[in-house]
Design a protein around this ligand. Structure first.
Ligand SMILES: [Zn+2]
Length: 322
């Protein structure tokens, strides 16, 4: 799979590598309809240059960008929003109602992200986060539509990975821009047999019931493909949805089975890793499992943190119910 360069995916959709962590980790999309462009996902401050190069090489100028659309406000998806908004003066930022205030004042996002990654990695991964002016922010309610010329983009709120997450249904390609709701499938997780996909349950709002319901909602549209942020387009949605559902159920079982254990997060991490790698090796025996393990190292850590936080919230709820 090509990275660090825009790739034509058909239907006026181009992917651009986000230059996040390593090539092939995260991407953004340019959607082109007539003279107008929407940028779906912003990546980080380091992504803007690649987006601009793609835009120019496709023959568009700064005035053509109509919408900038992060699926949620985690910084690998929305960290570059401020930079892009400065660059493209006609653009409006379309965002979930629960994410809007964090785009206007990113202090809490920065603080939360530094708590997860530490100061050094934060700067290395995300760079400078620039606030977006409130008068250019479009708050998008569940079921709302935006038009790129005549092309309809339908927004559905999809909690489960994060409460401030929406997905974008594109009738023209019969595809969802799914952010992190429909999991992660890096290019290296593909073999000649299939492409493996795993849920992403990073802190702090993972909720298995909501995530399962959101996946059902996305599947109810009968999609032909998913435009993942991590990474690019995947086909055979039904098969992928089943893989995700099974693993989310496993995550829940892992959390329950370890609920009274000391050092729970670490044990969840080991269990998630083992379960995932076992599944990958039986589904795609030709993959280099060591390489996949290395690639997923950070995701395993983040998923374990998210599962552990969810498990703690369940305990709190139980206590307050008594
Ligand atoms: Zn992400």
């Amino acid at each position: 799979m090509k990275v660090n360069k825009h790739v034509n995916l058909g239907n006026g959709i181009y992917s651009v590598d986000a230059r996040y962590i390593c090539p092939g980790n995260a991407c953004c999309y340019l959607m082109i309809e007539g003279d107008q462009v929407a940028i779906i996902e912003t990546g980080t401050a380091y992504t803007a240059e690649g987006i601009h190069e793609a835009l120019i090489s496709l023959g568009f100028g700064i005035e053509s960008v109509r919408y900038i659309v992060p699926t949620h406000v985690h910084l690998d998806h929305a960290g570059g929003a401020g930079v892009l908004m400065q660059r493209y003066p006609n653009a409006q930022l379309a965002i979930h109602p629960r994410g809007a205030r964090h785009m206007i004042n990113p202090d809490k996002l920065i603080e939360g992200s530094k708590a997860v990654y530490g100061e050094e990695k934060f700067t290395q991964f995300y760079g400078k986060i620039i606030p977006v002016s409130a008068d250019r922010v479009l708050i998008i309610e569940d079921g709302e539509k935006l038009y790129l010329e005549n092309r309809v983009l339908e927004f559905r709120h999809t909690p489960g990975h994060a409460e401030h997450h929406f997905c974008i249904w594109d009738q023209a390609s019969q595809g969802w821009f799914s952010g992190d709701t429909f999991g992660i499938s890096y290019a290296a997780m593909a073999s000649d047999l299939d492409r493996f996909i795993i849920p992403t349950t990073s802190p702090v709002q993972f909720d298995p019931d909501k995530l399962l319901a959101s996946i059902d909602l996305l599947m109810s549209y009968g999609p032909k493909r998913f435009f993942l942020t991590h990474y690019s387009v995947v086909e055979e949605p039904r098969k992928k949805a089943d893989l995700l559902r099974e693993q989310i159920e496993c995550y829940r079982e892992i959390a329950y089975s370890l609920c009274h254990e000391p050092d729970r997060e670490q044990k969840i991490l080991l269990a998630v890793k083992k379960m995932t790698l076992t599944r990958i090796s039986s589904a795609q025996p030709s993959l280099d499992l060591k390489a996949v393990e290395k690639l997923l190292e950070l995701d395993f850590i983040l998923n374990a943190q998210g599962i552990n936080i969810w498990a703690s919230k369940q305990e709190q709820k139980k206590k307050s119910d008594v």
